[in-house]
Design a protein. Structure first.
Length: 340
């Protein structure tokens, strides 16, 4: 395992050491591909609750608060259950933490989750912030799921988010601006509001024309309508060095009334020549807010914040295959190739 005195994001071999030591446990055996180069995929357990409102437990356990806000329970075993768009759900996760001193964690949606506009975030017992897991936390994990554009089918074992483990307080190495590319014949896609259900465990199983509308820019501009969801691509290629990880964060809202990139975590090796991903673009999940907004080609829409790993990961992003290495403008893995 990495030296805990060295601040940074833990690589895969350190995550596996935490699993072996019992600091990360699971209700079922871990999947062979669950540990990513610098993150751990989290899996849904068998029970979900439709709740009337989102909440943070702060002074109690999540299960205690569920008794106050739950409307009904859903069984995710077997064929699973449909989570309706516009509703909020709390689901148990299979993984449980008993973090050692000096180790904390932060969760992000997986890229495929953000690309279908499903808003997810982790909740912990006594937690006063979403997605952040305090140093030394000992307890269960829950996920809040709020589908925004499409209703989705999930099951026990579905992976919607991932966890990064951190030693100490990793320093910010640098911050880079991310612009949007509006030069292509098709510059992006807008989600269709009255589409069918997306099965989140069915890869290449949906016709994209049933769920998305292609967007043709005019004079290098695109008009974002309030409340709509868009898939766009970055102007610049994104490269994450093998000893670093990065998180994409929205820009100051004063620059534009939109939110970019639910799935904000990039593993080491993304877009690198070493991992055969040179030229990969960042896919931007964009939601416009209160007013229509004209987006221009090259306009800065997000920032990439880079942090160090404690040591080189034993494997890099995309080495064993990935839907998103060497990507350009691309929908989530649930959809067949546009026009294919």
């Amino acid at each position: 395992m990495s030296d805990p005195s060295v601040p940074g994001i833990l690589p895969c071999q350190s995550i596996e050491a935490l699993i072996a030591a019992g600091a990360i446990t699971s209700a079922t055996p871990f999947d062979d591909d669950q540990v990513q180069p610098a993150s751990l995929d989290l899996r849904l357990a068998g029970r979900a609750w439709r709740v009337r409102a989102s909440f943070l437990p702060r002074r109690g356990a999540v299960r205690q608060r569920l008794a106050e806000v739950a409307m009904h329970e859903l069984d995710l075993t077997g064929g699973g259950a449909v989570l309706e768009r516009g509703c909020v759900y709390i689901v148990e996760l299979q993984e449980r933490l008993k973090l050692p001193k000096g180790i904390s964690a932060r969760a992000n949606p997986k890229s495929s989750t953000g690309r279908v506009d499903v808003f997810v975030r982790v909740i912990t017992d006594f937690g006063d912030a979403f997605d952040d897991v305090d140093e030394g936390y000992d307890g269960p994990l829950y996920i809040e799921i709020a589908p925004q554009t499409f209703s989705v089918l999930v099951r026990s074992g579905t992976r919607l988010n991932q966890l990064r483990l951190k030693a100490g307080a990793p320093p910010r190495l640098r911050t880079e601006s991310v612009g949007v590319d509006l030069t292509g014949e098709v510059a992006g896609f807008r989600g269709r509001r009255h589409a069918g259900v997306v099965d989140l465990d069915h890869e290449d199983g949906h016709d994209p024309r049933d769920f998305w509308e292609p967007l043709v820019p005019r004079n290098g501009q695109l008009l974002l309508d309030p409340g709509e969801f868009y898939i766009l691509a970055s102007k610049e290629a994104v490269e994450i060095p093998v000893l670093e990880a990065a998180e994409m964060t929205p820009i100051d809202p004063s620059v534009g009334e939109f939110r970019v990139h639910y799935a904000g975590f990039f593993d080491p090796g993304f877009g690198t020549d070493e991992a055969h991903g040179k030229g990969s673009r960042g896919v931007l999940e964009v939601r416009s807010h209160e007013t229509p907004f004209i987006l221009e080609d090259g306009q800065t829409v997000a920032r990439l914040v880079y942090e160090p790993l404690t040591e080189r990961p034993a494997r890099l992003y995309g080495e064993s295959g990935s839907h998103y290495q060497r990507q350009g403008l691309k929908l989530s893995k649930h959809f067949r190739v546009w026009g294919g």
